[in-house]
Design a protein around this ligand. Structure first.
Ligand code: GDD
Length: 327
């Protein structure tokens, strides 16, 4: 079964927790395009605006309410489980610290213990984050997986906990568990609490005269390593199929951009003159100054490399907001 899976030729069911979320939706569509039978486990309802695809089944599921979870998994009988559900926003994790741990940590425990109780042999991909590295001296970047985690936010700490839980359950479930550390991933459809979507939304609203031509921003001096979400989810599938159990893989571009530069790229695409205003509320209690990852290990293993240029992705994000606002 494993060999057939690696070839991607089987039609076995796969489950995606958080499959109605930003990256989740792209992943679900990618798997469905491979003719996989995709089961979405998400506490949000199925997106109604999207056409119904017979290969995709939604199960309204909250991993923090685990009764019935094992039965559901037994009915789905997945060969792969992509675990994306959880809190993804670093800034919000400061506002609800305990909630971040409950959702990210207990949610994963509930998923993996339910899987263990079914006795199914399903491989699991746990999606951690490049945020786990914390503040790494510039001369030690791009950051490799050998760098010990040093979390600086409740979100990052919850991701380290997720990795530790994955290690523990790796000895208890029948399938493999692979952990990935994606760095920033962006694209059309991302929630506007993330930087590129936040800027693009404000720009598109200013273009249409819906708000004053004033763009409210936070810490523009930070540097981040951005990858298009479509490249990222392609990496998740490759990691699931080729990843070594117990290994952790960075997935990232290896190029870092200052947020100020990202803002300027977006403003260049727009025709409107916009004033920039720094908003103190948009700053975090702690913000990592530079994050740049090395995905060398992952590229060597899988041949993965990002395909989309950042300018292309930013253009699509802005157009997506323009279209949404026009609707
Ligand atoms: N959201 C936001 N809004 N961020 C801003 C703004 C603003 O107006 N202005 C500056 N920033 C800065 C933030 O302070 C941060 O340094 C950077 O832009 C990126 O912020 P986010 O887009 O919120 O992402 P993140 O880097 O905190 O976390 C993302 O990447 C992680 C992996 O590196 C998220 O996608 C996480 O889920 C992911 O794990």
């Amino acid at each position: 079964m494993q060999n057939q899976l690696k070839d991607g030729t089987m039609n076995d069911p796969v489950a995606v927790t958080g499959g109605a979320g930003f990256a989740g939706r792209y992943l679900v569509n990618l798997l469905a395009a491979e003719n996989r039978c995709v089961h979405v486990l998400d506490r949000s309802p199925a997106p109604v605006e999207e056409p119904v695809d017979a290969r995709i089944t939604f199960h309204r599921t909250d991993l923090n309410e685990p009764s019935g979870l094992a039965d559901l998994l037994a009915r789905i009988n997945p060969v792969e489980i992509y675990h994306l559900a959880g809190i993804a926003n670093v800034k919000n994790s400061w506002d609800g610290e305990a909630h971040t741990y409950v959702v990210n940590v207990i949610g994963e425990v509930n998923l993996l213990s339910a899987l263990r109780s079914t006795g199914l042999k399903a491989d699991v991909l746990v999606v951690s984050s490049g945020e786990v590295y914390g503040q790494v001296p510039e001369e030690l970047q791009p950051i490799r997986e050998t760098r010990p985690p040093d979390p600086r936010s409740p979100y990052a700490a919850s991701k380290v906990c997720q990795e530790i839980i994955a290690r523990q359950y790796a000895r208890q479930i029948k399938g493999r568990i692979i952990v990935v550390r994606p760095f920033n991933h962006i694209g059309p459809g991302q929630h506007p609490s993330f930087v590129t979507s936040d800027f693009a939304r404000q720009i598109s609203m200013a273009e249409r005269g819906m708000i004053e031509p004033v763009l409210k921003v936070g810490n523009l001096s930070a540097y981040r390593d951005f990858t298009d979400v479509r490249d990222m989810v392609r990496g998740y599938v490759m990691a699931m199929r080729s990843g070594q159990p117990g290994q952790v893989y960075n997935i990232c571009s290896g190029t870092t951009y200052q947020i100020r530069h990202i803002l300027n790229l977006l403003l260049e695409i727009s025709s409107t003159d916009i004033e920039i205003v720094i908003e103190p509320e948009k700053f975090r209690p702690a913000d990592i100054p530079i994050l740049c990852g090395s995905s060398e290990q992952f590229r060597r293993l899988t041949g993965w490399k990002p395909g989309m240029r950042i300018e292309e992705t930013l253009g699509e994000i802005l157009n997506d907001w323009r279209n949404r606002i026009d609707c």
